[in-house]
Design a protein around this ligand. Structure first.
Ligand code: ATP
Length: 600
């Protein structure tokens, strides 16, 4: 009975949607994978239930044969034997319970680890459209809160439910076997006693949820203000915040008091009802004993079965809610597992030549984002980039420049037209193989909360330390990385919090250099870098672009001047093409953009 108190996930209370218990069936394949653990648990469950159900019989033997016989002159050996039997049953119960607890808890951990692993692998491979539709916070909560809910269910609630069902059925049978007449009484009495306790328990759960919510409110307030302590202090709002926090604590205490007093009442009523019922049965049984219709031991045995049965009904009622919530969690997880990626590798993908020439062709590409069916992000977009050529994409915000990158990387597939790399339609390739051939330096590079070395090695996991050092030098990042406390071994902090924008870009450039892919997609940073860091980034980019087919979303004059060709985009279309001088001479959108952006 130890495993009923397993910790509940902290934030599951915010996610109380329930579902039919049947949804839990989808857990079965995960459980079946660990069939040995499952079978071991079933055996232990059988053993512990048998021990539980034989305890009252041992108790009866102790009273009837131990006490009665010894008082009738049977000597102390009868007492000894009866107590030894009772003790042995108790030991069997103890070990069977421990073994059952062990197997079912390990099973719970394994099942949830498998489920998480499967869900994570599934989510991380789903297409960009899916990730646009679903907030990552929501997905993380499926992966944590819902999975945690299931852990407590497999490792505890489900065990309690099955065990209690077995015990209820077993003890009912034993009640009738012990005394059919009293059993009929108990059959009416036990539910009458248990029902109010269950109802009270549910009310209590609601109140305690409210109480937890109030505590959470206070915590949110504290974490918000401590997180923005500079703003609070700059406004000299410490007393104001102290007041708000103390007020929310008082509210939390008030709701906690409601919970505590409700709990006190439920306890009092529960004890009264349970003992009232036992007293009634005992009273009626005592008459039977006095009249010689029943032995004292049988009465004791009966009361124990009634207690065990009643307790198990209570336990069943208690876990029912948990099971329903977990079924809700499993339903939501199954929904995600049933999502399939819109971008998939064909059954027999074609392979890209090695080394790749790096020719890119966009043929009349038409594309709109799944969430914006009315707004074409690319329209009749045709472009051919020769191997080794550098093409700069320029255009106002929202023109579709980043979309060109997304289509090429197959984050999305276009609705019209085709994209070809070295003459092969990208839809005929395995997306992973395609992406291996492309290095992307985004405007806001992702820096992971690990060391500078591991961040750079993300470009090629098997790269040697020497390769990393070389990439760092080529990316003009050696100076600032050398100045970090542990050089390449320095932890960069969450999202690269300890680096400037220009430094983050150079980490991303080093990463791309290490990847050494023949096609390069570059999104220039728009945020103003200081002159020194801009020069360093620029030099690093030049090294990177050498000998690669490059598409660059250009924001700087230096970049457009170096490009072989400039493509001007507006509202998803190409509106002009040429060199800087040609386009300036043409006037129009490019001349306007140049005046606004480059001529500073
Ligand atoms: N994930 C998305 N879902 C829906 N619409 C999108 C999505 N991403 C971009 N869009 C829309 O598609 C159009 C083209 O966007 P895109 O990001 O390609 O423009 P851009 O030229 O790169 O702009 P910027 O220079 O501001 O980054 C815009 O109208 C934008 O609102």
């Amino acid at each position: 009975m130890t495993d009923s108190s397993a910790a509940r996930p902290v934030d599951s209370r915010r996610d109380d949607r329930k579902a039919p218990i049947g949804s839990l069936r989808t857990l079965w394949p995960f459980v079946r994978k660990h069939s040995r653990l499952f079978v071991a648990w079933l055996f232990a469950l059988g053993a512990s239930s048998a021990a539980t159900l034989s305890l009252p019989v041992a108790f009866k033997t102790m009273i009837d044969q131990g006490f009665a016989q010894s008082s009738a002159g049977g000597g102390s050996s009868a007492i000894d034997r009866a107590f030894l039997l009772l003790f042995l049953v108790a030991i069997a119960l103890a070990f069977a319970t421990a073994i059952r607890f062990y197997f079912v808890s390990v099973l719970g951990e394994r099942v949830v680890a498998d489920l998480r692993e499967k869900l994570y692998s599934h989510l991380i491979a789903l297409d960009a459209g899916f990730h646009d539709r679903n907030r990552s916070g929501e997905l993380v909560s499926r992966l944590t809160a819902d999975a945690e809910l299931l852990r407590s269910v497999v490792g505890s609630s489900m065990s309690v439910a099955l065990r209690s069902t077995v015990t209820v059925i077993g003890s009912l049978g034993m009640l009738f076997w012990t005394s059919p007449r009293l059993a009929v009484f108990a059959l009416i009495g036990i539910p009458l006693a248990v029902l109010p306790i269950v109802i009270g328990g549910r009310k209590l759960q609601k109140i305690s949820r409210a109480s937890q919510d109030r505590v959470a409110d206070a915590n949110t307030l504290a974490s918000e203000t401590l997180g923005a302590v500079r703003t609070v202090q700059a406004h000299a709002r410490e007393p104001y915040e102290q007041g708000r926090f103390s007020q929310s604590l008082q509210i939390a205490v008030k709701t906690a008091r409601q919970r505590i007093s409700a709990q006190a009442w439920v306890t009092a009523i529960a004890i009264t009802l349970v003992f009232g019922a036992i007293t009634l049965v005992l009273w009626s049984g005592a008459h039977d004993v006095v009249a010689g219709r029943m032995s004292a031991g049988t009465l004791g045995q009966f009361v124990l079965y009634a207690l065990i049965g009643g307790g198990s009904i209570g336990a069943l009622a208690e876990v029912w809610n948990d099971l329903q919530r977990a079924a809700g969690g499993m339903g939501r997880i199954s929904e995600l597992l049933n999502e399939s990626s819109a971008v998939r590798a064909p059954a027999h993908p074609k392979t890209l030549a090695k080394p790749l020439h790096g020719e890119l062709v966009f043929e009349h590409v038409g594309f709109h984002y799944p969430l914006r069916p009315d707004l074409p992000a690319l329209e009749d977009f045709s472009l051919r980039v020769r191997p080794g050529e550098t093409v700069a994409l320029v255009g106002p915000s929202g023109a579709g420049k980043s979309t060109v990158f997304s289509i090429l990387l197959r984050f999305h597939d276009p609705q019209q037209g085709a994209v070809k790399v070295d003459g092969l339609d990208v839809r005929e390739l395995d997306p992973a193989a395609l992406r291996e051939a492309v290095a992307l330096v985004p405007q806001q590079p992702t820096i992971f909360a690990t060391t500078a070395r591991d961040n750079i090695r993300y470009g090629r996991l098997e790269a040697s330390d020497e390769d990393v050092a070389q990439a760092v030098r080529a990316a003009h990042a050696a100076d600032f990385i050398g100045a970090l406390p542990d050089g390449l071994g320095t932890e960069l902090g969450e999202r690269g919090a300890r680096l400037s924008g220009g430094q983050q870009q150079r980490i991303a450039i080093a990463r791309a250099l290490l990847k050494d892919a023949p096609i390069l997609l570059l999104d220039e940073a728009t945020s103003a870098l200081d002159a020194q860091s801009e020069r360093a980034v620029q030099q690093a980019l030049e090294t990177l672009m050498e000998g690669r087919t490059t598409l660059v979303i250009a924001h700087r004059l230096a970049t457009v001047l170096k490009a072989d060709r400039i493509v001007v985009m507006d509202r998803g279309r190409i509106v002009a093409e040429g060199t800087h001088a040609q386009l300036l001479a043409q006037g129009g959108l490019y001349a306007e953009l140049a005046k606004l952006q480059f001529l500073d």
